[in-house]
Design a protein around this ligand. Structure first.
Ligand SMILES: Cc1ncc(COP(=O)(O)O)c(C=O)c1O
Length: 298
């Protein structure tokens, strides 16, 4: 549970951070958010803070939101929030919303608030070593309908349907296809496959959120000498892959060993997936000499 949160420039107790139930963003899904992690190594580090804040501001820009704070202010607030709550491994949630409780969806002339909360956080997809996923009957939204590059609350109604369908069918998570039937992403994760030692992931034209973990994994994979191909992936390619894994700030790198009941590879966590998990977990805690520029000391 968050103890101290940041709201519009002030640090206050979680219990005191209240919005009226008629809040615009609660009614219409007009919030914008980020999900960021901090990790405790020898010190506490925030992972890829600059990239998350750039995406946060880009999301708000796409929706033409009247932001009153600078990127630097938000970054400083996040660091101070981690310190004040004495957090190590945490999930940080900046959230921009219209602080308006009139009925009516127009946002023109309405003002924006930002809160930042941070909570202790462990594994997102449970304690299992690997997960099973179901191809959703819901298609991933695309940019003819909603801007997929923006991390807007409303987008997640699509993810919630896919995740719910998968869970109610006995799977751990969903994979969504894009409008053309190609693989897009999980409900809150990007997807990777390994075939004959080559790493593949859907390209940004496949209606994905451009994940920051996805970018980290692409860079780490190339650094480790692997070829990475960003391309259209037909659904059936997943079934005949040697390895499949998800990436995301919350999910980190999560092995997927069963898709739609079909066992992936030999059903065990793949060699390349394991290598990437080991490397990534060192990088995020500052235990690697590589990619240190991705870490912001708290
Ligand atoms: C829809 C969606 N796709 C992918 C991701 C992974 O993105 P990132 O690695 O930046 O957390 C997320 C999580 O933020 C997400 O919500």
């Amino acid at each position: 549970m968050a103890r101290i949160v940041w709201l519009d420039g002030r640090f206050i107790n979680y219990e005191d951070a209240k919005v009226p139930i008629l809040n615009h963003s609660l009614q219409y899904g007009s919030g914008i958010f980020e999900g960021i992690r901090s990790y405790r190594g020898d010190k506490t580090y925030i992972f890829r803070l600059d990239e998350h804040i750039d995406r946060f501001f880009n999301s708000m820009k796409i929706y033409n939101m009247p932001v009153k704070h600078s990127k630097e202010e938000i970054k400083e607030a996040i660091k101070e929030l981690i310190r004040r709550n004495n957090l190590g491994d945490s999930y940080i949630r900046p959230f921009a919303f219209y602080n308006d409780d009139r009925i009516g969806l127009s946002v023109v002339g309405k003002s924006l608030s930002i809160y930042i909360a941070a909570v202790e956080f462990g594994k997102y997809l449970g304690e299992k070593e690997s997960i099973s996923v179901k191809t959703s009957s819901w298609r991933r939204i695309n940019s003819t309908i909603l801007p997929v590059k923006a991390k807007a609350s409303g987008n997640y109604i699509n993810s919630i349907l896919a995740n719910m369908e998968a869970k109610l069918s006995g799977f751990d998570e969903a994979i969504m296809l894009d409008q053309n039937g190609n693989v897009s992403e999980g409900s809150a994760e990007n997807v990777f496959l390994v075939k004959k030692g080559v790493i593949h992931t859907p390209s940004i034209s496949d209606s994905i959120l451009e994940g920051i973990t996805r970018d980290s994994v692409i860079k780490i994979s190339k650094f480790l000498g692997y070829e990475v191909i960003e391309t259209e992936i037909p659904r059936e390619d997943i079934y005949i892959s040697d390895e499949v894994f998800f990436t995301g700030t919350a999910a980190e790198i999560t092995p997927v060993t069963n898709v739609d009941g079909i066992v992936i590879g030999d059903g065990k966590i793949g060699k390349i997936t394991r290598e990437l998990i080991n490397f990534y977990s060192k990088v995020v805690r500052g235990h690697s000499e590589h990619f240190q520029s991705w870490l912001t000391e708290v």
